[in-house]
Ligand binder design. Structure first.
Ligand SMILES: NC(=O)c1ccc[n+]([C@@H]2O[C@H](COP(=O)([O-])OP(=O)(O)OC[C@H]3O[C@@H](n4cnc5c(N)ncnc54)[C@H](O)[C@@H]3O)[C@@H](O)[C@H]2O)c1
Length: 257
C-alpha cells in the first residue's frame, strides 16, 4: 500500500474548523496526520474533529482566538501535551477581511486586520518553532492574490496579505538550515463563508466581481479542497525542495494580468 503523504505527522491548523481550513483538517487527517484544529468556532471545530475520528482519522479541537497571545499560549501548551511536544506541520490559515472605502476604515479595523491576519502567524509560529527546531518541519501560510493584486475597498486586507508573503519568505530563509520549510498558498476567490461575504460586499460597492467577472478572471469559483490540496503538497515531503514560495491557486488569474 502506498505511504500516506502525512503518515505519522502531527499537524496544527489554525482556522481549521471551516472553509479551506476545515477541508485541510479533513484532507491532512485522511493523509495520515493527527490534526489539532485551532479555531474560534467551538461547535464547528468539535463537530469536525468528531467526524474525522468517526471516519477513522485522528483530530482534536482546541479553542483559541489566534490573534490573542494568551489564547495561543494556552492552546499550544495543550497541543504540546496532546502531541508529546512534537509538531511537524503548522498551517496558519485563520484570517478575515475588511471591505470598505479606505477613508472610512478605522484604526481599530486596521489593528484587528493586522492582528487576525498577521500577528496570528507571528504568535502561532513563534509558539511552535522551538519544538520544530529539534526535528525539522513545515509551515504553510494562507496568503492571497491580494498580496500582489490591489483590490479597491481592500487596502487593509491587501496590506495584511503583503505582510503574509514576506513573513513566509523571511521565515524560510532564517530557518532553512534547521530543516524547516515555510511556504504560502495564495488563493483567488474561494467558495467559503469568507469568500461569499467578500464577493457580496465588493458587489455592494459595484466592484467588478459578478459571477460573469469571476468566470472571466479565474474560470470559475475555487473550491476549498483545491486550496487545501495545495497546502497539503507544501506541508508534505513531496515539496521537499520548495521553500519560501508563494504558490498561487487562482487558475491562472494573475498570469493573465
Ligand atoms: N475565501 C476566499 O476567497 C479567500 C481568498 C484568498 C485568501 N483567503 C484567505 O483564507 C482565509 C479565510 O478562510 P476561508 O476562506 O476558508 O474562510 P472561512 O471564513 O470559511 O474560514 C476561516 C476560519 O478561520 C477561523 N478564524 C477566523 N478568525 C479567527 C481567529 N481570530 N482565531 C481563530 N480562528 C479564526 C474562522 O472561525 C473559520 O473557521 C483568510 O486567511 C483569507 O485571507 C480566502
Amino acid at each position: 500500500m502506498p505511504k500516506l503523504r502525512l503518515e505519522g505527522k502531527n499537524a496544527v491548523i489554525s482556522g481549521g474548523a471551516a472553509g479551506v481550513g476545515g477541508a485541510a483538517s479533513k484532507i491532512f487527517a485522511e493523509e495520515g496526520a493527527t490534526v489539532a484544529i485551532v479555531d474560534i468556532q467551538e461547535d464547528a471545530g468539535l463537530s469536525l474533529a468528531r467526524s474525522i475520528c468517526d471516519s477513522g482519522g485522528n483530530a482534536k479541537f482546541f479553542r483559541a482566538d489566534v490573534s490573542s497571545s494568551a489564547e495561543v499560549g494556552k492552546a499550544i501548551d495543550d497541543i504540546n501535551q496532546f502531541f508529546n511536544d512534537r509538531i511537524d506541520t503548522l498551517y496558519n490559515h485563520a484570517g478575515t477581511v475588511v471591505i470598505k472605502p479606505f477613508l472610512e476604515t478605522t484604526e481599530q479595523e486596521w489593528d484587528w486586520m493586522m492582528a487576525v491576519n498577521v500577528k496570528s502567524m507571528f504568535l502561532m509560529t513563534k509558539a511552535i518553532l522551538p519544538s520544530m527546531l529539534e526535528h525539522g518541519g513545515t509551515i504553510v501560510n494562507t496568503s492571497s492574490i491580494s498580496a500582489v493584486a490591489g483590490t479597491p475597498m481592500e487596502v487593509l486586507y491587501c496590506t495584511s496579505k503583503g505582510a503574509c508573503h514576506m513573513f513566509t519568505r523571511a521565515i524560510a530563509t532564517e530557518y532553512r538550515d534547521n530543516n524547516i520549510r515555510c511556504n504560502a498558498v495564495c488563493p483567488g476567490f474561494i467558495r467559503t463563508d469568507h469568500g461569499n461575504r467578500e464577493l457580496k460586499e465588493l458587489r455592494d460597492y459595484d466592484i467588478e466581481v459578478t459571477e460573469e467577472d469571476i468566470c472571466r478572471i479565474q474560470g470559475r469559483i475555487c473550491e476549498p479542497e483545491e486550496v487545501a490540496k495545495a497546502a497539503l503538497f507544501l506541508a508534505s515531503d513531496e515539496s521537499s525542495f520548495v521553500n519560501g514560495e508563494t504558490l498561487f491557486v487562482d487558475n491562472g488569474m494573475l498570469v493573465r494580468t
